[in-house]
Design a protein around this ligand. Structure first.
Ligand SMILES: Cc1cc2nc3c(=O)[nH]c(=O)nc-3n(C[C@H](O)[C@H](O)[C@H](O)COP(=O)(O)O)c2cc1C
Length: 452
């Protein structure tokens, strides 16, 4: 049997042999450990920049500086661990977006995924191009993708290198209203083909492929196969990578996935003003009931956040959970987190996904072959039917031909008979005339003889 090979993911001059992008997961869930393991396994590993400084001791003294330091360190550490493809995930909405972008470019990261807002204005596109850093926005609609591409073309005479579409089943903050979450019109199946189509004119104009990466609820190799069938070039996965040995969160954070039930996976109204998906716990229930833990805002990381009014600081809550203090915060998780049964190495997970992908791919080849065989049999049936019909027509034709011949023969004989009868009639007439003429002549001759 030939060795299995994934369809590779190409983003410009970068080629990932496994078409899986590990979703950036803040706060501190995907750092150098997870990102380098995924890159080493052939996928794309992403370090989440969001509140990354919380892993530093001085975050509450100087959040901005801690963020920058931690980001640089994590990129450098990951680089030492792999030659694979590494990216960072930076939220557009954070107040240190530009400094973080600059730091990641200086560290020669391969790509930057930009979410939580539309990455359009004031982007260091020129600097990214000079350093060969790829730009990948996260979108939640065809419209958002079109808007970003149109505006980039107008402002930078350039376009992003790929797009992540994150559907409503994802973990963490989600770019959909609660009503849209279960609506088929907002799921991967409905939106991915539309984005692929919408990017075609830009691919033609800028003469390069712009891969679409689909995420949110992708759990198995079979799911990856289905996403690629929709036209995506790769998938982005978060939840499955949390339950890995290399994930940078505390063991308790990962175990919360293993222990979770379907009923516990639910929504929260995040203080940042978006819904989020998490494993619901007492902390969330207490907050919804009006309890407000006292907290100190480190440095107003989000311009839209009103710390005085917020029910809690989401960065602090997520960071507590990362450190294993789940009760003092909560665990963000995708809709499929309850299906996780064990914590495994990244390489085993990617192996399991490859098997599932292969199973689906070969079963779809078999299904395709079955369809082809059925079609051939159908054609054969049609052909046989046609043969019988042709034979029937031939017989009918022969029959009608012989009837015609007989008719022709019959009508020919009839005509001859008529001609014969009329000729005979005419001959008889002539004979009568001759006889009468002879009789007259004879009578004339006799009378002349008497008189002479
Ligand atoms: C614990 C957790 C934290 C996340 N944090 C971020 C984040 O900081 N930025 C971001 O763009 N997406 C974040 N996400 C979303 C993931 O990057 C990814 O797109 C998503 O999890 C995909 O859906 P899945 O979990 O069903 O695979 C987070 C997801 C999880 C589960």
């Amino acid at each position: 049997m030939p060795r299995f090979e994934w369809p590779s993911l190409k983003i410009g001059n970068l080629t990932a042999s496994v078409p899986i992008v590990q979703g950036g997961m803040g706060v501190g869930i995907s750092l150098s450990g997870l990102a380098s393991a995924v890159a080493e396994a052939g996928g794309i590993g992403i370090i989440a920049a969001n509140a990354i400084g919380m892993i530093e001791p001085d975050y509450f003294k100087d959040g901005r500086a801690a963020n920058l330091r931690a980001l640089r360190k994590e990129i450098q550490t990951a680089r030492q661990q792999t030659k694979g493809i590494l990216g960072v995930n930076i939220m557009v909405a954070v107040n240190d977006f530009h400094e973080m972008m600059d730091a990641a470019i200086d560290e020669k990261i391969d790509l930057i995924v930009m979410g939580a807002g539309l990455p359009i204005k004031d982007l260091p596109v020129e600097k990214m191009r000079e350093n060969g850093v790829k730009a990948i926005p996260i979108v939640s609609s065809v419209r958002a993708a079109q808007l970003i591409f149109k505006m980039w073309k107008k402002i930078y005479n350039d376009v992003p290198d790929a797009v992540v579409f994150e559907g409503p089943l994802a973990g963490g903050h989600i770019g959909f209203s609660e009503e849209q979450l279960d609506d088929p019109a907002y799921q991967l199946e409905a939106i991915v083909p539309g984005i692929v189509e919408a990017l075609k004119p830009f691919e033609e104009e800028f003469k390069r492929a712009i891969p679409v990466i689909a995420g949110g609820g992708i759990y198995s190799g079979e799911d990856i196969h289905a996403a690629l069938k929709l036209g995506a070039s790769a998938v982005q996965m978060g939840t499955r990578f949390v339950a890995t040995e290399e994930c940078d969160a505390d063991y308790k954070f990962k175990q919360a996935y293993v222990d979770s039930t379907i009923e516990q996976i639910g929504l929260i109204k995040s203080p940042v003003g978006m819904p989020g998906r998490a494993i619901r716990n007492d902390f969330i229930a207490a907050s919804e009931a009006g309890e407000r833990p006292s907290f100190k805002c480190a440095w107003k990381c989000l311009s839209t956040c009103k710390a005085d009014e917020a029910k809690y600081c989401i960065s602090i809550a997520l960071n507590n959970a990362r450190r294993g203090k789940i009760g003092q915060g909560f665990v963000f998780a995708g809709s499929n987190a309850y299906r996780v049964t064990e914590i495994v190495p990244v390489s085993s997970l990617v192996g399991e996904l490859a098997e599932g992908y292969q199973r689906k791919a070969s079963s779809s080849v078999v299904r395709h072959l079955d369809k082809l065989v059925a079609r051939v049999q159908d054609l054969r049936g049609q052909y046989d039917g046609l043969g019988i019909r042709v034979r029937e027509l031939g017989l009918a034709y022969e029959k009608s031909l012989s009837i015609r011949i007989q008719e022709a023969r019959d009508s020919g004989v009839e005509q001859l008979r008529k001609q014969y009868d009329s000729t005979l009639g005419r001959l008889r007439g002539l004979q009568l005339q001759i006889m009468e003429g002879l009789a007259d002549s004879w009578a004339l001759l006799s009378s002349e003889k008497v008189t002479s």
